[in-house]
Design a binder for this molecule. Structure first.
Ligand SMILES: [Zn+2]
Length: 349
């Protein structure tokens, strides 16, 4: 979605554009309890395994969480909470079929379990089974009618389900990339100076994020065949591209950050970008967890893509510019479609 606004500084001619997601990302919910289980069960051992797995899930260690939950599910095969979280672990490991099976088991045991419903809907969306996804979002909303972010997501999934299939599997997604507006850095601009805060005190920030950000800039530069290089600027006022780390988005201001873990705002005139700012979220999606380096990589790649002028999103769930940045199906590096799209964008007349 594009949100256009006039920038006061450039009101006479320049348009500042904020690019964000066309959808809300719904952080997967982990079941907090195991639910009812057989009275004869070894409840202490099950509880220990469950709590340890919850901790691992929040630490972004899904394979360790999965192993613990498989143990727990052998001891308590009828625990909806265990199956739900096992599904979540499998989902984070991109084992989507196994994840779906676990969520279905939870819902067979507890048909009103909203955590399993939302995760199942999300899982079907990642599998591109959009009709099933819509069905489960609707079931969830019957029980939680006031959940506005899910309602928004449902609207987006419905829109997405109406897209022609060919759009998803072509060699590029240039059409979507410039559907609303076509912006690029000027032809003679071969070096973009980049400022980012290396010593930020923003919660959740880790020094390794800087290396990730640098790698992502290099990846895009390579995708453009070196047509654009990025150089680091120590002064924000001298920079063409400013990157900020944000933990807590400002309500009404940074709402889009919650949607795709970041946003990009451009200052452009007649299709030529003169300045860009990207914001990157350091907060985890699961409360109490830590954001993984992989998610930071995907977010950086995605927002730099917007900062280079890709205004829209790819409809293919493997591309970096797919609208659900956090999806386990999204690659951690630019796909051939991402590369061809940016290359075509910069070669357009
Ligand atoms: Zn985006």
């Amino acid at each position: 979605m594009y949100n256009q606004k006039m920038s006061a500084r450039y009101i006479w001619c320049l348009v500042s554009i904020i690019i964000g997601a066309s959808t809300g990302y719904i952080p997967a919910l982990a079941a907090e309890g195991i639910g009812s289980i057989e009275p004869s069960s070894n409840t202490v051992q099950i509880d220990v395994l469950f709590k340890a797995s919850l901790y691992k899930l929040r630490q972004n260690k899904p394979s360790e969480a999965r192993d613990l939950l498989i143990e727990a599910s052998k001891l308590a095969p009828n625990s909806a909470g265990i199956h739900c979280n096992l599904g979540l672990a499998q989902m984070q490991l991109a084992n989507l079929d196994e994840a779906v099976a676990q969520f279905q088991l939870s819902l067979k045991l507890v048909p009103t379990m909203t955590e399993a419903m939302i995760d199942l809907a999300e899982c079907y969306r990642l599998q591109d089974k959009l009709d099933l996804s819509i069905e489960w979002y609707q079931k969830y909303l019957e029980l939680r009618p006031n959940d506005l972010s899910v309602r928004q997501t449902l609207d987006t999934v419905i829109k997405q389900s109406k897209l022609p299939q060919s759009e998803k599997f072509g060699s590029n997604y240039l059409r979507e990339a410039i559907a609303v507006e076509k912006n690029r850095w000027p032809r003679d601009k071969t070096t973009i100076s980049v400022y980012f805060d290396r010593n930020t005190k923003v919660p959740g920030f880790r020094s390794e994020f800087i290396g990730v950000l640098r790698d992502c800039l290099t990846e895009w530069s390579n995708a453009l065949g070196g047509r654009i290089h990025f150089s680091e600027s120590l002064l924000e006022r001298n920079a063409d591209l400013v990157c900020r780390w944000v933990y807590q988005p400002k309500p009404g201001h940074d709402d889009l950050l919650l949607n795709e873990r970041g946003n990009a705002s451009l200052t452009a005139y007649r299709g030529e970008i003169s300045h860009a700012t990207i914001k990157l979220l350091t907060a985890p999606s699961l409360i109490g967890s830590e954001v993984s380096e992989e998610i930071i990589r995907k977010t950086c790649l995605h927002e730099i893509g917007h900062a280079l002028g890709i205004g829209g999103h790819s409809p293919n769930n493997t591309d970096v510019m797919f609208y659900l940045v956090e999806s386990p199906t999204v690659e951690s590096h630019l796909t051939s479609r991402d590369k061809e799209t940016i290359s075509r964008l910069y070669n357009l007349n």
